[in-house]
Structure formats: structure tokens, C-alpha cells
Write a protein that binds this ligand. Structure first.
Ligand code: MN
Ligand code: MN
Length: 283
């Protein structure tokens, strides 16, 4: 049979029935406030995933041996509240069938629905932005409100790598979240931060969300809302290596692939890293 390349994530060849991991894309950028284009993120991440070897040397796994299915992209609604419901439905089916949802964005809004489905005990997010606005652009489901909406249902929120938000959001973050700003990560060192986070999580179920703009825009410029002075791709990989074993759901969002391909390449490798680290922890 001919390989229909790029329509699915590389090596995500398991049937849905057999899959432990269900990848799906959410090509939505309906509330984007600055530079649109994250709707093209899932496609770019899948395309570049074919660039990488199936063998992953640090874990010794071959990806074609891991049961991963790619369900394709959601046909997205226009309104963000409908989009959130759609994602919650799809992720809810995946979770109720004992699988781990792995979502490719698209803007961060989709995460609200995935978290609703997974119902984690702790939400861990890497993001340049606090995303703690009550509403933005006339909707409480904007990409700028994601962490605020998560706080409606998840009490325990950890933010890593933030460096942007208004005064009120930083006050909310101080009061209601564990915030490790990008500067804090730099001052303490990522390993010390991750030691603390892992102790805090203490084996509880987490949802892990990576907003691509957590990484410094000088390193991965394919972003809808670029911010400098951020984390590195290696930092994000380390966060995922450390926390993947505790995660019941994962996403990599906010890739707007108008660069030399580096932002999607990092995303694809970090997605693989998540699957590899989660999988070996279970074996
Ligand atoms: Mn975000
Ligand atoms: Mn962001």
C-alpha cells in the first residue's frame, strides 16, 4: 500500500483500537490577537515528523513499535466556546477508552477542552504568557484566558517560563498558582525547578501543556505571539522528559510555522519525547 505521507504523524500507524496514544490536530486560530497562522501548526508538525528516525537513542525505543494512532484534524467550529466543547468531546472519548490524548495546536484555546476531558489533579503549563485574563476580545475562551479557565476546575496549577501578563494577572498567579517565571528558571536552574515541581506533583495525575512561545522567539520564531528572553528547546525537552510519566494528557500548541521550520521541528521532537518517556515509564 502507498504511504500517504504527511497526513499523519510519523510512525503513528496503530489502529485506534490498539493505540495507547491518540494524536489529533486542532487547526484553530479563531481568537488570535496578534499574528494568525497557528491553524497551520498541526500540518507543519506532522510534515517535519517524517524527518526524524524512528529510533530514539536516549530511550532505546523504536517509534513504530509504540502503539500511536493519529486521528487527523478536528473540523473546527468558528466560535471558541464551540471549539472547546468539540475538543472536550474528542479528548473525552480518548480518555474514557483508556488512551492518552496528544493534541497538536492550533491556538492554546483548545487546551481548555482537553483539560476538561482529562480532569487532572495538577495542570502544568509552559508558556511565555500567564493566560490569566477573565476575558479577551469579548470571549472568556480566548487564547489569553486559558490558564484562567483551567483554574475554574483545577485548583492546582503550575506555570513555568512565563514573562508576560498585566499586573492583575501576576497578582492572580501569585495567589492561585505556582509560578516559575522565565527569570526564575534562569536564576534557580531548570533542574532545581523541576525537582520542586516533581515533589509538588508527588505522583498525582497531571495534564501537561506546552505553549510553543515558552521558548525564546529568537530560537523558534514561528509563533503567533512571540516573546524573547524565554526558555530553550532543551529546557522544554527536559520538562517533558521529567513530567511525561505523570501525564494523562499532553498538548503542544501555538506553532505558527512561518519560519525556517525550526518551531515545528522542536514541536515534533517534543511530542515524540512525550510519547517515548510516557511509554517507557509504563513498561
Ligand atoms: Mn498560552
Ligand atoms: Mn503564550
Amino acid at each position: 500500500m502507498h504511504e500517504l505521507a504527511h497526513l499523519h504523524f510519523a510512525d503513528a500507524d496503530a489502529s485506534y483500537e490498539d493505540a495507547r496514544y491518540a494524536v489529533f490536530g486542532v487547526p484553530y486560530d479563531g481568537t488570535t490577537s496578534y499574528r494568525p497562522g497557528t491553524r497551520f501548526g498541526p500540518r507543519a508538525i506532522r510534515e517535519v515528523s517524517f524527518n526524524f528516525e524512528s529510533y530514539e537513542p536516549s530511550t532505546g525505543i523504536d517509534f513504530f513499535e509504540v502503539p500511536v494512532a493519529d486521528l487527523g484534524d478536528l473540523e473546527v467550529s468558528r466560535l471558541p466556546e464551540d471549539l472547546v466543547d468539540q475538543v472536550a468531546d474528542v479528548a473525552g472519548d480518548i480518555v474514557s477508552e483508556g488512551k492518552v490524548p496528544v493534541m497538536l495546536g492550533g491556538e492554546h484555546t483548545a487546551t481548555i477542552g482537553a483539560v476538561r476531558a482529562v480532569q487532572p489533579e495538577v495542570y502544568v503549563v509552559c508558556d511565555a504568557h500567564l493566560d490569566l485574563r477573565e476575558e479577551l476580545g469579548g470571549t472568556p475562551y480566548s487564547h489569553g484566558c486559558v490558564t484562567r479557565r483551567v483554574l475554574d476546575t483545577v485548583e492546582d496549577v503550575v506555570i513555568i517560563g512565563a514573562r508576560s501578563g498585566d499586573r492583575e494577572q501576576f497578582e492572580i498567579a501569585a495567589e492561585r498558582t505556582r509560578l516559575y517565571t522565565a527569570d526564575t528558571v534562569r536564576d534557580l536552574g531548570l533542574n532545581a525547578v523541576l525537582r520542586e515541581v516533581r515533589e509538588h506533583v508527588g505522583g498525582r495525575r497531571i495534564y501537561l501543556s506546552i505553549d510553543a512561545d515558552a521558548i525564546d522567539c529568537c530560537l523558534t520564531p514561528g509563533l503567533g505571539t512571540p516573546e524573547p528572553f524565554g526558555m530553550t528547546p532543551l529546557d522544554i525537552r527536559e520538562v517533558v522528559r521529567t513530567l511525561a510519566p505523570y501525564a494523562a494528557g499532553f498538548d503542544y500548541v501555538e506553532v505558527a510555522p512561518f519560519d525556517a521550520g525550526q518551531t515545528a521541528a522542536v514541536a515534533a521532537q517534543v511530542v515524540r519525547e512525550f510519547i517515548a518517556r510516557h511509554w517507557i515509564a509504563e513498561q
